[in-house]
Design a protein around this ligand. Structure first.
Ligand code: SF4
Length: 488
């Protein structure tokens, strides 16, 4: 049986596409392998959002190409946002790749693998017959095969020197509820992609060019998929989209996120529902009420605000003012006591002066976000901000990023310190890999991969258990504690 190795890069939205491809391949009788060296087909599911992500994608592609030259690999497939955005260029510049696929090819991945391996699929060949033969040996790594190989040519020039029209077709209602999804997350936690694409057109962002207009998935399909995931053992669902707060507008003529959350919370086995990628311009009072009254919704909201200074918010086309953001945060904090707010910020956007940046620092000091990520502005071709005057020099961007992150580290460390001696509910993710850490888990205010962890040094548990942990120590990133009682 032929084997597939997939490397998933980028954000959770891309991860869901990876899971879908793996699910379809597994169902069609391919075996999945964690070892790139053992694979007949290597798929790199790329990210093309900003320059560092593009560079990482290219680096991983070249490493995979080396496997094809030296090892067992017979076909290299490049998929995802980078190939959607720069398909023609990649086809020209990457002869090592046997297929450069667009986003709409997710659903056709089996046909592409069959073609590259010279298969004709007989009608009777199903995943069931493969499983009967005991041949499915799942599991795939989540990211890179490493990036030590020097690039034959500059990553940035490879993707930006020649403009391409890319692919015209975008995925429609890509992820189905028919179970063909191979989770790459721990089996008790999954992402639920409620929509794809974006209509917001923030001036720095290439996503609408890559993923097309906003398309919500029907509520019934989402409930069916969530139910299927819960039947497989999922206890935490992380709702994702480019903008979750717009959910339903395109399909139902009005936002329906609260209704979707209420419907999801009726699934008995589902314990945590987490809201990621909200937009401050679309965060309604109704949604705040929904979070407040629904105990299954984590007291946590991911609210990327990008900046606080009005001239910058206008230039970014964020459709809110600094006062709108302050007001929303105040309503969230008073409407949902104990809520943890995560945000992301961009420093060094064109036109950001020292005064604008100081305003941002003052705001971060006063707002005390529980979690915060920040990025330097990446100048993306074909976006409005690419042509803006007053581009900020890279060293100024870096210096601002360092100052911002140092400030946030102090805020997070102080907050963590204040939690010593308290008890928190923790979802256990996995065993620890070094003493004295027995288990690694997350509190409700920690989203997978991007936030901190709770490192447990004493007590028995299993992945997927909810336990009560007494916090004994803390640093700027993680909390430490011991299990007080199981199955809370
Ligand atoms: S909301 Fe703005 S930043 Fe987010 S994906 Fe849409 S256009 Fe990009």
């Amino acid at each position: 049986m032929e084997t597939i190795h997939l490397i998933s890069l980028g954000c959770p939205k891309n991860l869901v596409d990876s899971e879908r491809m793996l699910g379809l391949l597994e169902r069609s009788g391919y075996a999945l392998t964690e070892e790139a060296e053992e694979a007949d087909v290597v798929i790199v599911n790329t990210c093309g959002f900003i320059a560092p992500a593009k560079e990482e994608s290219l680096s991983v592609i070249f490493e995979a190409a080396r496997l094809k030259e030296e090892g067992r690999c017979r076909a290299l497939i490049v998929a995802g946002c980078l190939s959607q955005r720069y398909g023609d260029t990649l086809r020209r510049e990457l002869p090592e790749a046997d297929a450069i696929l667009g986003l709409s090819d997710v659903e056709r991945i089996v046909a592409h693998c069959d073609r590259l391996l010279g298969h004709r699929r007989s009608k009777g060949f199903t995943a069931e017959c493969a499983a009967e033969k005991g041949q499915v040996k799942a599991a795939v790594e989540k990211s890179g095969v490493g990036s030590s190989q020097p690039l034959p040519f500059s990553a940035t020039s490879a993707v930006s020197a020649v403009k391409t029209k890319g692919f015209s077709s975008l995925p429609s209602e890509a992820i189905c509820s028919n179970g063909a999804r191979h989770l790459l997350t721990p089996k008790h936690s999954a992402y639920l992609r409620i929509a794809d694409g974006c209509d917001n057109h923030c001036s720095y962002c290439a996503i609408p060019l890559i993923r097309g207009p906003y398309r919500s998935r029907p509520e019934a399909a989402l409930i069916a998929e969530a139910r299927a995931l819960c039947e497989q053992g999922v206890r935490e669902l992380n709702l994702i989209a480019q903008d979750t707060t717009r959910y339903g507008e395109d399909l139902y003529g009005e936002p329906r996120l609260s209704g979707l959350i209420d419907a999801l919370s009726k699934l008995d086995d589902l314990c945590w529902i987490r809201l990621l990628y909200t937009h401050p311009a679309h965060f309604s009072q109704d949604l705040i009420g929904c979070i407040a009254r629904n105990e299954k919704v984590c007291r946590y909201v991911d609210l990327p605000i990008q900046h606080i200074s009005d001239p910058l918010l206008r230039a970014m086309n964020r459709k809110v003012t600094g006062d709108d953001i302050r007001n929303l945060m105040q309503r969230l904090r008073s409407g949902v006591p104990g809520i943890a707010l995560r945000t992301s910020l961009i420093v060094g956007f064109p036109g950001e002066t020292d005064a604008h940046f100081e305003e941002l620092l003052d705001f971060v000091a006063e707002a005390r976000f529980e979690r915060l990520g920040a990025f330097t502005y990446s100048r993306e071709e074909d976006t409005p901000a690419f042509a803006f005057d007053d581009q900020v020099p890279e060293e100024v961007k870096r210096e601002r990023l360092d100052r911002l992150m140092m400030l946030q580290q102090e805020i997070t460390a102080e907050r963590h310190e204040s939690l010593i001696g308290t008890r928190v509910q923790v979802l256990v993710d996995r065993p620890g890999d070094q003493a004295p850490i027995r288990w690694v888990g997350r509190a409700a205010w920690d989203a997978p991969d991007v936030d901190g962890q709770v490192l447990i040094t004493q007590g028995d548990a299993l992945p997927g258990d909810f336990v009560s942990v007494a916090i004994t120590d803390a640093d700027a990133y993680d909390l430490w504690g011991t299990i007080e009682s199981e199955k809370v």
